[in-house]
Design a protein around this ligand. Structure first.
Ligand code: ADP
Ligand code: MG
Length: 611
């Protein structure tokens, strides 16, 4: 049997260090957390080549007294825990006194630090766990820690590093999270010589969000706030059109601490289903408040993953808060027209002020009033006239002796049900988009998406789907997978309006279909529904939803195909008159608006300019 060796101390330390410091981002996280703990109000992070070559964190915190500097680099050296009672802090905040020791074991680490009680600061360099320099240095109060050549002495770790860009993005994501958890701290992040993030540090979360998530997100915020089952959820979510390609914009805080929670993420994404495009992810900054005893922060403090004693409750709280906020705050996306280059400057159509210029009259200089010529022609924007159709209401007046009152009542009825003076149908473009005007805004409506959404909403609302029995039941032959999916879901299919019967041997008998679809190619339809069902989850309600998607998509009028003006008018009215018709069931917006103001800006008609 092989002899059991106790590992030499330096090897044991390297192994331990590798666990704390897996990649450059972990170093940045530890260093920035230390700066936060030191009470810094300004933290600057600089990295080169994804942090592999160089990382530095500068803060204006309390600094470390000279005598304490060597201790800070020792394992289990921490100023944050001294008694056994403080041990809880290990689990909650990750004070294990391990970070500086680990970082300096696997890199060349330099610290420059001074406390407010000292006149001079301290410079200390530790390379691969060995102190090489320790001397006095002039510096500001605070701490600068520089980490060079990470993993230079642990080539195995080095191999696991990803590309510079990936590591840098990882660091950027960590700083984003830090900046959002601490709006009271001014963060600066310099990546390969370029400043890529600054936050105000004024304590205003909105400002921090604006800096971190960008203007687009900040301008598309919807406030969300609710308390469900004792769980408070509050913060900001983005409008569905601003969803991102990845989950980097999803931020959850639990009792003030930034966390990762699959449950919260799933709830958020579920709430955006049907509003956001498939494959896109919402942005959010949500603060979840729960009684502390219901949370189990994972024992490994480097991980931010948390578990809740009742995940379902958290799911519901996040889901309903977001869903409610989305329904409340929904508005149609707006088209911004970038002003194009205009050769006729200025664009104003009014005459400029009269001015006086000196002119010579009979050798005498006099002043003369002149009026500059009009600089551009007035652009008159004439939209086609359109008479709103007056639909006849089914009101029969048989009795000649009806009283005035009755006539008034009838008139009122007619006006109320028929005239919608604020929606004006303008026309159709590319056989695909309806153009309509309402309240100083022009809407471009995707006719297919709109119709699809309207059908989908009505399918979901009505408990019974209108069914059409087929004169001759249709036998549909399916592939093995399609067949099994269909026969396993006959009940759900029936609720969606499809009467399907197992006919054995890979065939099913279709007896009735939703009336909406009676003219469709039913063979194709059934196999499409089978496809939809086989890719989605097992929950019944969701399956029905998916069938509704397919049905409404199939039955809706198609883009690029001719549709009568009458149908389009009705559609425009339905879309603009119903705030529930915002997105098609796949999450594409149904309509965009162009405001009068935006147009005026484009034509230089803003300000006092009239005509
Ligand atoms: P921990 O943070 O778990 O205490 P670290 O190894 O990260 O352990 O840090 C060790 C000690 O060094 C800290 O407890 C703190 O006293 C000191 N320290 C580290 N970084 C800073 C800093 N930026 N400013 C002031 N003190 C610091
Ligand atoms: Mg620390």
């Amino acid at each position: 049997m092989a002899k059991i060796n106790v590992l030499p101390k330096n090897i044991a330390e390297l192994i331990a260090a590798g666990e704390v410091v897996e990649r450059p981002g972990a170093v940045i996280k530890e260093l920035v957390e230390n700066s936060v703990d030191a009470g810094a109000t300004k933290i600057t992070v600089e990295i080169k080549r994804g942090g592999i070559l160089y990382m530095s964190v500068t803060d204006n915190g309390c600094g470390i007294a000279r005598d304490d500097v060597p201790t800070a680099f020792k394992r289990h050296a921490t100023s944050k825990i001294s008694t056994a009672e403080d041990l809880d802090a290990i689990y909650t905040l990750g004070f294990r006194g391990e970070a500086l020791a680990a970082i300096s074991a696997v890199s060349k680490t330099e610290i420059i630090t001074r406390t407010k009680d000292e006149c001079d600061g301290t410079l200390c360099v530790v390379e691969g766990g060995v102190q090489t320099i320790f001397e006095e240095v002039g510096c500001d109060v605070g701490t600068i820690i520089t980490v060079r050549d990470i993993f230079y002495n642990t080539p195995a770790r080095m191999k696991f590093l990803k590309s510079d860009v990936t590591e840098a993005n990882h660091i950027a994501a960590i700083i984003d999270r830090m900046a959002l958890s601490h709006p009271e701290i001014a963060f600066r992040f310099i990546r390969d010589g370029k400043q890529v993030l600054t936050t105000a540090g004024d304590g205003n979360l909105n400002n921090a969000i604006y800096s971190v998530l960008g203007r687009e997100f900040a301008s598309s915020l919807i406030t969300a706030e609710d308390r469900i089952d004792g769980i408070g959820v509050s913060g900001m979510i983005c409008k569905p059109v601003y969803c991102k390609q990845n989950r980097n914009g999803e931020f959850f805080f639990l009792n003030g601490r930034l966390i990762r929670s699959n449950t919260a993420m799933a709830a958020l994404e579920q709430a955006y289903k049907n509003s956001a495009m498939v494959g896109k992810f919402p942005c959010c900054v949500l603060f979840i408040d729960v009684p502390p005893e219901t949370v189990d922060v994972n024992v490994h403090p480097a991980k931010t993953e948390v578990r809740f004693s009742d995940e379902r409750k958290i799911f519901n709280a996040v889901y309903y808060t977001v869903k409610n906020a989305l329904t409340k705050g929904d508005t149609r996306p707006e088209i911004k027209v970038k002003p194009t280059f205009n050769p006729y400057t200025p664009v104003f159509t009014e005459r400029a002020e009269q001015t006086t210029i000196p002119v010579k009259v009979n050798e005498q200089v006099v002043t003369k009033k002149v009026t500059p010529p009009e600089v551009t022609k007035t652009l008159k924007f004439e939209s086609p006239k359109f008479e709103f159709p007056v639909y006849k209401n089914e009101v029969e007046i048989k009795d000649d002796t009806v009283t005035e009152n009755k006539i008034e009542e009838v008139k009122k009825q007619v006006t109320e049900t028929v005239i919608k003076p604020d929606i004006r149908y303008i026309g159709q473009a590319f056989n695909t988009y309806i153009i309509a005007e309402q309240d100083g805004e022009i809407y471009f409506i995707d006719k297919h998406a709109a119709h699809e959404r309207i059908l989908y909403n009505s399918l979901k609302k009505n408990s019974k789907v209108d069914m059409q029995e087929l004169l001759v039941p249709l036998t549909v032959t399916l592939t093995k997978e399609e067949y099994s999916v269909i026969i396993n879901n006959t009940e759900t299919l029936l609720s969606a309006g499809f009467d399907v019967e197992d006919f054995g041997n890979g065939t099913v008998l279709l007896r009735a279909v939703p009336t909406l679809l009676k003219d469709e190619d039913l063979n194709l339809l059934i196999s499409e529904i089978a496809d939809t069902l086989s890719v989605t989850g097992a929950v019944n309600a969701e399956r029905l939803d998916d069938i509704f998607h397919t049905v409404s998509c199939k039955a809706a009028i198609k883009g690029n195909k001719y549709t009568t003006d009458y149908e389009l008018k009705v559609l425009a009215e339905k879309v603009l008159g119903d705030s529930e018709v915002m997105y098609c069931p796949h999450g594409r917006p149904v309509a965009f608006k162009l405001t009068k103001k935006e147009l005026e800006k484009h034509f230089g008609r803003t300000g006092s300019v009239s005509v």
